[in-house]
Design a protein around this ligand. Structure first.
Ligand code: TRP
Length: 336
């Protein structure tokens, strides 16, 4: 009987904060599917996190644990998914060094994700080199595992493009070691923040976390941006750009009822509080079981760290195999 060969999938998150609903619809849901269909690796990208937080390693350290809890709470199963910590795999750093030679500085400067984040972080004139080159480090994350599929949000597609350019250049110079990588984008368009800004993000302070209490959810939904011209319930209102409706579109499974509510909101006669109460119930239904599971795992932090340690050990074996292939291909195995 032939053993079923599964393609490898790899993705990761920077441990700069707890995970939120944007991560959930952008990538976590896909990972729950991939853990059954693929050989899946999920990385806590602390090296990448440090590239913009060198002054605050404690924050990164604390959030490695928080992100691990979020993974377990949403249902990533360490028996199926290898969950690991990036900095504990020195092969990734090593591979990054060789990849750095395959990318020009000007090419790095064109990466739209890096450009946007540099602006957000106020790095315009003083960007750390480690941050500037993080797309190359990310290519090494993916290729150290020879992953073929990367489940990620649309904002990561420039990273995949960069990775594939490295694949091409490496193979051309040193022989065929790597295969092209494809991104598995989420079906859901990017989730806006509770303030109506295009992106939900911790740094923008507009996120609903997977660990939020019911009270947090109530407070955040009540603050949500709707339609500034919809003052009285009887006023006709806008549904487009209305955060409450855009969340109902994503999270409320009763699509026909949502369509009817939209119609009523447009004509007038539906108050913001009514739709917000509905959204609170919908979000609480999704988050309550995640929160409960999270609390259970949080009772035994040592067990969570042990799970990470075991995953990291497994991951390191795979990365070491790739590194041996890379050194052979380049011909830098002088002493063996
Ligand atoms: N850049 C990703 C983010 O900000 C995190 C990440 C690091 C990643 N390494 C990766 C994602 C490898 C996919 C594959 O969310």
């Amino acid at each position: 009987m032939s053993k079923e060969i599964k393609l490898r999938a790899l993705t990761g998150d920077r441990p700069t904060g707890k995970l939120h609903l944007g991560h959930f619809v952008g990538s976590l849901q896909n990972r729950l599917v991939l853990q059954d269909t693929h050989e899946q690796y999920v990385m806590i990208a602390d090296v990448q996190g440090l590239s913009a937080n060198a002054q605050d390693p404690q924050k990164i350290k604390d959030n490695i644990y928080e992100v691990a809890l979020d993974y377990l709470a949403v249902g990533l199963d360490p028996q199926k998914t290898t969950i690991f910590v990036q900095s504990m795999i020195p092969e990734i750093a090593e591979l990054t060094i060789y990849f750095l030679n395959l990318v020009t500085v000007s090419r790095l400067g064109q990466n739209p994700t890096v450009k946007t984040e540099m602006k957000e972080k106020g790095f315009d004139t003083s960007v750390p080199a480690g941050f500037y080159m993080h797309p190359i480090n990310q290519a090494a994350d993916i290729l150290a595992f020879q992953a073929r599929v990367v489940p990620a949000g649309e904002d990561q597609s420039p990273m995949i493009e960069q990775t594939n350019e490295i694949v091409e250049k490496f193979n051309r110079l040193y022989g065929p070691v790597f295969e092209k990588v494809s991104m598995l984008a989420s079906h859901t368009p990017r989730l806006m923040g509770i303030d109506g800004k295009a992106k939900m993000s911790k740094s923008l302070g507009n996120a609903i976390y997977l660990s939020d209490s019911k009270h947090d959810i109530e407070k955040k939904v009540m603050e949500m941006y709707t339609d500034p011209e919809h003052i009285k319930a009887t006023d006709p209102g806008h549904v487009e750009g209305n955060v409450v409706f855009s969340y109902l579109d994503v999270f409320d499974p009763r699509h026909e009822e949502v369509a009817a509510l939209k119609e009523q909101y447009r004509t007038g006669g539906l108050g913001d509080v009514t739709i917000k109460k509905r959204l609170i119930e919908v979000l609480e239904t999704i988050i309550a079981p995640i929160r409960e599971k999270r609390e259970t795992y949080a009772k035994d932090p040592a067990q969570v760290m042990r799970m990470l340690e075991e995953g990291t050990k497994r991951a390191r074996e795979v990365a070491a195999q790739t590194m041996a292939q890379v050194k052979n291909a380049i011909g830098i195995n002088y002493f063996s």
